[in-house]
Write a protein that binds this ligand. Structure first.
Ligand code: MSP
Length: 530
């Protein structure tokens, strides 16, 4: 299985469009970091990539948040959106589009899409009775509720009873078509556990869902009946489509879908799986549009083993975390320490230990001491040998030779932790190798060729590690590349380091002018709490 349609040279992916009822939390940061790593990896493969993120601004939840601050909803949204943009900048996220659902051009796309579904006869009026969770912006089944009519996701929030005239979308009509689609596209929902969850939900029988609200102003009116407002989820999912428009495009579906549709990947958290894996494909089928390639539902983050939440007062502030430790540190911890797809924990002691062990010691010290040895043992601070001089049975060369392909496969299935582990195994082997080979002794014995062989082998392994980790830790990777004499900055859009070339062991050459050794990651001393 590969992530991409091989004939397609483009790759479009999305994060969820985040609610702006509050500033971004660590959960939003988590998905966005993962999305950025995927985007960077796809760019290394030479694909043209479009990374879409943005904000979901309509609905009751946002309207109430605005009211509680005495602000108009638009003014309130405008005041929160910059906090997302600045966090993405802090985290070194290179998004291509920021889609805001309150944008005028989005309104045009929603109207056109609604008209298609309406004309297809999939919208009708009916009576909606049920329990509504404003925080989820979703009706809940009575059996899902916790004691005291509380939402199972927002456990401190009571659901609200609704009994109103709504417009409904004929989801039930798509039962068979969806089931057939899931069967013929086994990779559509990932990981496997989420796929099973969706299959089981759908097999219980799909019910039509309401796509309008009354007594709510903040949203787009139903074009055929403006007393009703379009349900926030119906509007928000289409934000992915609006994002595909080029800035100069007329906002039409035709323009939006011309280049990037169907999308390659929607990255989401497990709580919004149903919307993306059931409602969204059904809406698209109704509008006669092809479906995206893949929806990946990641797990939830906990803090010190406990569910994170404002009421528990144990949320992790992503801004504070990045300001204290830097973007590479945060990106590395979340991608390496948590299996993408499973729940994972944030624990500050573990955070510090992992970063010190992997980045400061294993990778950072290795580069630093090896460069210093080149300085000491080699004329003109340069290696005189090259890949051809390294025997095929050299243990690092053997490891390095097929590493690129393995890491590629891991990134393709979004197994970031595996990708990092694979690279780290080469780094650890390099540390062991240099200790065993003891170039300081070889030097004393006058065995210059062997000294240089060891140093080349280790530096080349560090280079390969830096390249393969660049989607995760682009700053550190750039610093390593520069110290090894490559004028490549992994953050620059114009610097191209093609995968076929740079993922191969043996690229380092004696022509390389090595840079001054600099620490790439400063050891963290355990002090302050975030
Ligand atoms: N607005 C909708 C998405 C619309 S997409 C067309 C929404 N927004 S959200 O801001 O509430 O959530 C955004 C994402 O954050 C979701 O993918 C959710 O799973 C994720 N997370 C929220 N809390 C989280 C954790 N504690 N851990 C990991 N991710 C979590 O839903």
């Amino acid at each position: 299985m590969t992530l991409v349609n091989q004939v397609k040279k483009t790759f479009a992916l999305t994060t969820p469009l985040y609610y702006v009822n509050d500033v971004p939390h660590i959960g939003s940061a988590y998905t966005t970091i993962a999305a950025d790593a995927v985007a960077r990896f796809q760019k290394l493969l030479g694909r043209e990539v479009l990374l879409i993120t943005g904000t979901d601004e309509h609905g009751q939840k946002i309207q109430r948040s605005a009211e509680s601050l005495g602000k108009a909803p638009q003014e309130f949204c405008d005041s929160v959106v910059p906090s997302f943009m600045s966090l993405w900048e802090l985290l070194n996220i290179r998004y291509d589009r920021f889609s805001r659902t309150s944008a005028v051009r989005h309104h045009a796309i929603v109207n056109e899409f609604f008209a298609r579904v309406w004309e297809g006869g999939d919208i009708y009026q009916g009576q909606q009775k049920g329990w509504y969770c404003v925080s989820c912006e979703e009706f809940k089944e009575e059996r899902e509720l916790l004691e005291g009519n509380r939402c199972p996701i927002h456990v401190n929030k009571e659901v609200e009873w609704r009994d109103e005239q709504n417009y409904f979308f004929r989801l039930s009509k798509y039962q068979t078509q969806l089931e057939e689609f899931y069967q013929s596209h086994p990779d559509f929902i990932q990981p496997e556990s989420r796929r099973n969850e969706v299959l089981s939900f759908v097999s219980q029988g799909l019910q039509d869902f309401s796509i309008s609200r009354v007594n709510l102003d903040w949203g787009f009116p139903i074009p055929t009946d403006p007393k009703h407002t379009i349900y926030v989820w119906f509007d928000a999912l289409l934000g992915y489509v609006t994002a595909l428009l080029d800035p100069q495009d007329e906002p039409t579906l035709e323009n939006a879908l011309a280049k990037w549709w169907p999308m390659n990947l929607h990255l989401i958290g497990k709580d919004i799986l149903r919307f993306h894996a059931v409602y969204w494909p059904a809406m698209l089928l109704s509008a006669g549009l092809p479906l995206p390639d893949r929806v990946f539902g990641h797990g939830f983050l906990t803090k010190d083993g406990q569910k994170m939440g404002k009421s528990l007062g144990n949320t992790v502030d992503p801004v504070g975390l990045v300001q204290q430790y830097g973007s590479d540190a945060v990106r590395y911890y979340f991608l390496k320490e948590i299996e993408f797809g499973k729940d994972g924990d944030f624990n500050e002691v573990r955070f510090i230990n992992v970063l010190n062990a992997d980045l400061a010691n294993d990778l950072g010290n290795l580069l630093n001491r090896t460069l210093n040895m080149v300085k000491k043992y080699c004329a003109d601070y340069a290696l005189s040998i090259t890949n051809e001089d390294i025997p095929a049975e050299n243990s690092l060369k053997t490891l390095g030779l097929n590493l690129g392909e393995k890491v590629k496969q891991a990134y393709e299935v979004l197994a970031f932790n595996q990708a990092c582990e694979l690279v780290l195994s080469l780094v650890q082997a390099s540390n062991k190798f240099i200790d065993e080979q003891a170039p300081w002794t070889l030097y004393k014995q006058g065995r210059q060729q062997e000294v240089e062989t060891v140093l080349y082998t280790v530096l080349e392994s560090v280079r390969l590690a830096a390249y393969l980790l660049s989607p995760v830790i682009p700053n550190i990777s750039s610093s390593i590349y520069q110290q090894l004499g490559f004028g490549i900055d992994f953050n620059a859009q114009t610097d191209i380091a093609p995968f076929e070339m740079h993922s191969q062991w043996g690229l380092l050459s004696h022509q390389q002018k090595l840079g001054q050794p600099q620490p790439i990651f400063k050891r963290i001393e355990a002090t302050k709490k975030v």
